[in-house]
Design a protein around this ligand. Structure first.
Ligand SMILES: Nc1ncnc2c1ncn2[C@@H]1O[C@H](COP(=O)(O)OP(=O)(O)OP(=O)(O)O)[C@@H](O)[C@H]1O
Ligand SMILES: [Mg+2]
Length: 311
């Protein structure tokens, strides 16, 4: 069997006229914890919903442990365990009854012994015969993990799994993930927190506005993060230059300006176009300095924009 438990190629989703997920590629291997990092609205849940078959794709392909989601849907699904949004349980039933109920509905055969094994693994033994309505958020989440791994999937997917958990709960969840990965499972989790991804994942990719902008194993994504640079123009007439930028180059925001200097964010092509527009308008360009942004700078720039929008 192939080493890749998930292979996503050219994954695309259009909703109306908007491209919500744009040509996304990534691969997750056995034993690997892979994080999808991005601000609110970046497209994480949409990607996960397409992989888990909850919504249709507009384009692209998904292979789960070697099975094509289009050609072998049932087999692909049998390789997958997922928690998308909050797991739903019957609150007036015990944790065990919930798991038994789920096991009966599953297409794989799940023995009562397997349920005991999984309950031990997520450390719910002491509470499994209590009603779910008495569980804390962290306990419910562990029950969700138990349910997702019952049928021994090769790939596990969690969408924002630590939302609402306290630091202790987050730490426990992280330990569970590491244990599962060490046993051979490949794991995909999503989050909007860089620090969390760094602690939890072996590797992560950054998604912004539906594009994968960084993934250390995906050179296409690295080209995109490379493409946006901080560019410093030293010019003879800042005032006219700023007017030109505001009118003609709205996709290259001005970051700073003073007497002779304008700092902006632009791609290579935009930088060249800005330069020729300045010259056409009789502005002398004395110097152009390009600084490549670090990944962290880029990520904070993205999240800061999001924070500003939400205030
Ligand atoms: N059914 C829908 N109809 C219209 N727009 C949608 C729909 N589902 C998602 N979107 C849009 O797609 C974009 C991506 O949404 P998505 O839920 O995938 O983001 P996310 O990265 O999971 O964000 P969050 O961190 O808030 O969970 C958003 O702009 C959202 O408004
Ligand atoms: Mg989401």
């Amino acid at each position: 069997m192939s080493e890749a438990v998930l292979k996503v190629q050219s994954l695309t989703k259009k909703i109306g006229k908007t491209v919500v997920v744009n040509n996304v590629d990534f691969t997750i291997k056995k034993n690997e914890i892979f994080g999808l990092l991005g601000p609110n609205g970046a497209g994480k849940t949409t990607i996960i919903r397409m992989i888990t078959g909850l919504i249709n794709r507009t384009g692209g392909s998904v292979m789960i442990n070697g099975f094509d989601l289009d050609k072998d849907f049932e087999k692909a699904m049998s390789q997958l365990g997922a928690i998308v949004e909050n797991p739903e349980f019957y609150k007036y039933m015990t944790g065990r009854k919930n798991l038994l109920h789920y096991a009966r509905m599953s297409s794989s055969k799940i023995s009562p012994e397997r349920i005991d094994e999984v309950v031990k693994l997520v450390k719910l033994d002491h509470a499994i015969d209590k009603k779910v309505k008495t569980y804390s958020l962290g306990m419910r989440q562990r029950l969700g993990v138990a349910q997702a791994i019952l049928h021994k999937p090769a790939l596990l997917i969690f969408d924002e799994p630590t939302n609402g958990l306290d630091p202790q709960g987050i730490r426990e969840f992280r330990d569970h993930l590491k244990l599962l990965a060490s046993e051979g499972v490949g794991i995909l989790i999503s989050s909007h927190l860089l620090s969390e991804m760094q602690l939890m994942c072996d590797r992560f990719a950054i998604i912004e506005k539906g594009h994968l902008i960084y993934d250390e194993e995906n050179s296409k994504a690295e080209e995109i993060v490379d493409a946006i640079n901080e560019v410093v123009f030293t010019v003879s007439d800042v005032e006219t230059a700023v007017n030109i930028l505001k009118e003609e180059f709205t996709t290259s925001p001005i970051l700073k300006q003073d007497q002779h200097i304008i700092t902006l964010s632009a791609t290579r092509e935009e930088t060249a176009a800005i330069n020729s527009s300045f010259i056409k308008n009789n502005i002398a360009v004395y110097e152009i300095n390009v600084t490549k942004k670090s990944l962290e700078d880029k990520f904070f720039e993205i999240t800061e924009q999001e924070m500003r929008k939400s205030v």
